[in-house]
Design a protein. Structure first.
Length: 519
């Protein structure tokens, strides 16, 4: 279907391509044409009298009265709809340098019947389906690979990875191929995607690895191939999640297509306005064919079914053809519903709203015009006037405030799988998500989708040894057992295993936990 024209209108301008570097870059703000409103400002100023200025001042005062740093007067319900789920310790990863592995993602690879888990500083581990065997598969930060993972600070590092759905199928085009999405300190290589400002703090690079023997205990392939590279203007909110639709089958439109989440470049408030710039790859989910070659740099393919691809196979004027959806601050995690095909994404907010959204093809999720359902004003306020009033924007399904009493001072949303079938009967037909700082695990209805706010959010607690606890309590107890200082936060991540099992990861005790049905 042709894209909705209200979604296809770019706020930016076409990228000027340097044929020697094949880069996507919007022009500097100083080179943008003067708008009609800008050219008439002197005339308007001359016409404004003292009465008009007074009216403007009154209007400004009124507008200020309609802003807030807490648009959710009703907090998350803590008792109604509360679900208690049994949890067990499934596997443990070895410490690295005396510290727990900063686990980021757990992926099931059914072709070789193993789970894979990555750490933020570069390692990938294998875990057997029974949790009894753990091994190091690859460290992408080893000097011989030349990746130079940038893992300083809390947010930078080895962000995500994904296996081609044909990874374990001998003779298939995707045999042995998997992909890593990581920050790198090597920022001297020409980038494919550029901001129009900032400080080139580091780069984020998408790499393809090819294992000769996918079932081997350790990676036995050669150096990775680079598919795309982003020059990062600031030091935070740079990459995101990558994934293939694990519920697609051969012949489905998105089978073998890689979804690449790219954050808005960092700082605060998206100062370069990249998320709404359709000539920019920042603040988007991109969709590519990693086995193709019709991109600007010839290292990957542009799927002809992408929402902004024209009949000639190129992008619509001023729009990157890689874009699947736009208007995101930090697409931290996303996953699909195996029944409906809906794509759900957690997008970390600025300082006020955390949200989970349904991501339609070609959709604009609003950032940085909107923070959740509310007009974004600044890092400390949103407008209460006319929430959810732009028909071209896809607003959140659920959202909560950073001042919610259930949360800690620092708040950031993450999302998990949609629970279907009988793996966890008490959570059947619910979308799992959570707050990765506090470790609060939350859920909402996957069929009767909410329409914003916190009213549709319900809570999950964990039962361990007959006692009901929060995830943070479990980690802190484990820390004491490990003779570590109890962690003040969880850095919660979800993972999915065979038969849609649900796993819980964190960065502080090296323990992978599995949610299990009550005995």
């Amino acid at each position: 279907m042709p894209p909705d024209p209200t979604l296809a209108s770019p706020r930016g301008v076409p990228a000027t391509q340097d044929p020697t570097r094949l880069r996507h870059a919007p022009p500097p703000v100083s080179q943008l044409p003067m708008t009609r409103s800008q050219s008439t400002l002197p005339t308007l100023a001359a016409l404004v009298g003292m009465g008009a200025l007074f009216a403007l001042a009154v209007g400004a005062s009124s507008a200020l009265a309609q802003t807030t740093d807490n648009p959710f007067p009703t907090p998350i319900e803590t008792e109604e709809g509360l679900v208690v789920v049994d949890v067990e310790e499934f596997a443990s990863l070895p410490d690295v340098g005396g510290e727990a592995v900063r686990m980021m993602l757990l992926v099931d690879e059914p072709g070789t019947e193993r789970l894979f888990v990555n750490g933020m500083r570069g390692p990938i581990y294998t875990v057997s389906y029974d949790g009894a065997e753990v091994g190091r598969y690859l460290d992408i930060n080893e000097a011989r690979w030349g990746v130079a993972v940038e893992a300083s600070g809390r947010e930078r590092g080895f962000q995500s990875f994904a296996f081609h759905p044909e990874f374990g199928e001998a003779g298939a085009p995707g045999y042995g191929r998997f992909y890593t999405w990581t920050d790198t300190s090597n920022n001297q290589v020409p980038a494919d995607f550029l901001p129009h400002g900032g400080s080139n703090t580091h780069h984020t690079v998408l790499l393809e690895w090819r294992a000769r023997t996918p079932s081997a205990d350790t990676y036995d392939g050669g150096p990775p191939r680079e598919l795309m590279r982003f020059e990062q203007p600031f030091g935070n909110h740079n990459a995101g999640h990558i994934a293939f639709n694990r519920f697609s089958s051969p012949g489905d439109p998105d089978y073998g297509l890689l979804y690449v989440g790219s954050a808005d470049g960092g700082s605060g408030g998206d100062p370069l306005n990249l998320a709404q710039d359709m000539a920019s790859g920042f603040g988007k989910i991109l969709r590519i064919d990693p086995l193709g070659s019709n991109s600007a740099n010839r290292e990957y393919g542009i799927p002809p079914g992408n929402p902004f691809v024209g009949p000639d196979g190129a992008g619509e004027e001023g729009i990157l053809p890689e874009i699947y959806a736009s208007g995101m601050r930090n697409p931290q995690r996303f996953d699909w519903d195996p029944v409906t095909g809906n794509l759900f994404m957690a997008d970390i907010g600025q300082n006020i709203v955390e949200k989970v959204s349904l991501v339609p093809e070609g959709g604009n999720l609003g950032w940085n015009d909107w923070e959740g359902s509310y007009r974004f004003i600044s890092r400390s306020e949103v407008s209460l006037d006319a929430p959810r009033s732009d028909p071209s924007v896809t607003y959140p399904l659920v959202e909560y405030g950073r001042q919610d009493p259930l949360m800690q001072d620092r708040v950031a949303v993450t999302s998990g799988p949609v629970v279907r079938g009988d793996v966890l009967p008490v959570l059947r037909d619910r979308v799992l998500f959570g707050d990765f700082v506090s470790g609060e695990i939350l859920h909402f209805d996957a069929d009767d989708l909410p329409e914003g706010g916190a009213s549709g959010i319900r809570r999950v607690l964990l039962r361990d040894g007959g006692e009901t606890k929060t995830f943070l309590q479990l980690i802190r107890e484990k820390n004491v057992e490990q003779r570590r200082e109890p962690s003040p936060r969880t850095d919660l991540r979800f993972g999915s295993g065979p038969n849609e099992e649900v796993f819980l990861l964190n960065k502080h005790d090296g323990t992978i936990r599995r949610m299990v049905p009550a005995p």
